[in-house]
Design a protein around this ligand. Structure first.
Ligand code: FE2
Length: 423
C-alpha cells in the first residue's frame, strides 16, 4: 500500500477502520488491516471524511473585496452596483490570480470540488476564459465545474443569449439562469423554457439562480420543475437559492413540493448569503429568507448548502469553510435533531458530490483516495468546532496538513494542562 490511515471514524458511524490506499484509490477498508503502508497515519479515532464540496459559488468575483470600494450598506443592490463598477476593470490575469488564491484557501479547508457560476454577460467573456484556464490548472487537486450564468438576465442583457452559447461552446459545463431577474414574470418563464431546451439539446446539467427573492409570487421553480419533466432531465437540474419559497403560502407549497419530487429537483440553499441578503425590506418580524430545507430533505430531495460568496461585492466575510456554511444552515433551519445535524454534514459532502455528478467520490473500495482528516470524532463534533483539517489527501497524496489545535492552560486552582485539545 502507498498509504494506510489507521483507526478512522467514518461519517456514517463506522469506527476503528483502517483505510488502505494504492495508486490513488481506496483498495482496503477494514478494522486492523494487516498490510503495511509505505506511509501510515494513525488518526486515533478522528473523523475521516470524503472532501467538502461546494455546489454554489462565484469564483469570478471572489476575493475582490474593496475593489473598487467596499459595500457600505451590505445590501444585494449595492453589491450588484459594485460588481458593475468592477467589471470594466477586470482582466484575465486578475481573475485568475484571485481564483487560484481562493483554490489554495479551499484546499487548506478540505474543499476539493466547487461548482462556480461564471458571469457570461460581459461581451469579452474574460471571466469565462480565465476560469476555464483555472479549471485546467487546478484539476490535479480540485474539481472545478463551471455554470454559464447570465447574471444580468438572459433576455434583459442584450447579448446574453449569444454569449451563453459561446461560453458553452468553449467548455463551460452547466447551463445557468436567473429568471426572477428578467424584466417580467413572463420573460422569466420564457428564459427557463429556452435554457432548459439548450441544456437538453446539449446534454448538459442545469443550475439556475431561481427565485432569489422575498416575493412569494416569484414561482419560476414551478416552470423549472415542469420543463425538467418535459425534457426528461430528472435528477440533472438544480434550483439554487429558492428563497421565495420561504414566503410562499403553505397551500401552494403543498402542491409545489410533490412536483419538485417528481422532477427529482436538486436544491442548493446558501445560508450565509440568504440570511444576510433576504428580508431586507422587512421591519419586524423579519423573514429569514432561507428556503424550506427540512421539508425538502423530508421528501427526499437532494439538498446541499453552498457558500455562494467569499469576500466579494455581496459578502465581506467567509473563508472557504464549508463547516461554517453547514453550521449556519443548521441554525437557520433549526435542524438540531440528531439525524438532522448529520444531514447538514452530508449537505456539504456527499449530497453536493451527487448533484455535481462527481465520479469516484466516497469512502468505499474503488473510490478515489480523496480524504480529509478532521480534528473531531464525528460529523456533529466537526460542525460544533468547525474542526481543524489535519490532513487533506487527493488521490492518495497529502496536499495540505495543519498542526493540531491545542492550548496550554495555566489556571489558578486547576491542574496545569500542557496540551489541551480543543475537541
Ligand atoms: Fe449565487
Amino acid at each position: 500500500m502507498d498509504l494506510i490511515i489507521r483507526n478512522a471514524n467514518l461519517p456514517d458511524g463506522r469506527f476503528g477502520i483502517d483505510i488502505g490506499i494504492k495508486d490513488g484509490k481506496i483498495v482496503a477498508l477494514e478494522a486492523a488491516l494487516t498490510a503495511k503502508g509505505q506511509e501510515e497515519i494513525n488518526v486515533s479515532g478522528y473523523l475521516v471524511s470524503p472532501p467538502f464540496v461546494d455546489a454554489h459559488f462565484h469564483m469570478d468575483a471572489t476575493l475582490s473585496l474593496g475593489q473598487p470600494r467596499l459595500n457600505q450598506s451590505g445590501t444585494l443592490l449595492e453589491g450588484i452596483t459594485l460588481w458593475g463598477e468592477l467589471k470594466p476593470h477586470l482582466t484575465v490575469d486578475a481573475i485568475k490570480e484571485r481564483a487560484l488564491k481562493f483554490c489554495d484557501l479551499a484546499v487548506a479547508r478540505g474543499l476539493l470540488a466547487i461548482r462556480s457560476h461564471v458571469d457570461v454577460c460581459d461581451p469579452r467573456l474574460l471571466a469565462v476564459d480565465a476560469l476555464l484556464e483555472v479549471k485546467k490548472e487546478v484539476a490535479p487537486y480540485l474539481d472545478l465545474q463551471l455554470v454559464a450564468f447570465p447574471q444580468d438576465g438572459f433576455f434583459s442583457s442584450p447579448q446574453a443569449a449569444e454569449l451563453l452559447e459561446t461560453a458553452l461552446d468553449r467548455g463551460v459545463d452547466v447551463v445557468g439562469g436567473i429568471p426572477h431577474f428578467e424584466r417580467t414574470m413572463d420573460e422569466g418563464r420564457k428564459s427557463v423554457e429556452v435554457l432548459c431546451r439548450i441544456a437538453a439539446e446539449r446534454g448538459l446539467r442545469i443550475d439556475m439562480h431561481c427565485d432569489e427573492s422575498d416575493d412569494p409570487l416569484s414561482r419560476h421553480i414551478e416552470t423549472l420543475t415542469a420543463e425538467t419533466v418535459r425534457h426528461g432531465l430528472q435528477g440533472r437540474v438544480t434550483g439554487s437559492h429558492l428563497t421565495s419559497m420561504h414566503s410562499m403560502n403553505n397551500y401552494y407549497v403543498s402542491k409545489l413540493l410533490p412536483l419538485m419530487a417528481e422532477a427529482e429537483m436538486n436544491v442548493v440553499s446558501n445560508p450565509l448569503i440568504n440570511i444576510t441578503l433576504q428580508g431586507r425590506h422587512d421591519t419586524y418580524p423579519k423573514r429569514r429568507g432561507m428556503t424550506r430545507v427540512p421539508e425538502m430533505m423530508g421528501i427526499g430531495l437532494k439538498v446541499a448548502f453552498g457558500h455562494d460568496c467569499v469576500m466579494d461585492p455581496w459578502y465581506s466575510l467567509g473563508s472557504a469553510d464549508m463547516l461554517e456554511v453547514a453550521s449556519m444552515g443548521l441554525h437557520v433551519a433549526q435542524l438540531t435533531g440528531v439525524d438532522e445535524m448529520k444531514a447538514c454534514f452530508g449537505a456539504v459532502t456527499e449530497v453536493p458530490a451527487d448533484i455535481l455528478g462527481l465520479e469516484g467520490y466516497g469512502i468505499e473500495k474503488g473510490c478515489n483516495a480523496d480524504l480529509i482528516i478532521l480534528q473531531a470524532a464525528d460529523p456533529v463534533e466537526a460542525l460544533r468546532l468547525k474542526a481543524n483539517r489535519l490532513f487533506v489527501i487527493r488521490r492518495g497524496s497529502i496536499i495540505s496538513r495543519s498542526a493540531s489545535v491545542q492550548s496550554e492552560l495555566n489556571l489558578p486552582g486547576r491542574p496545569k494542562i500542557q496540551n489541551y485539545l480543543l475537541h
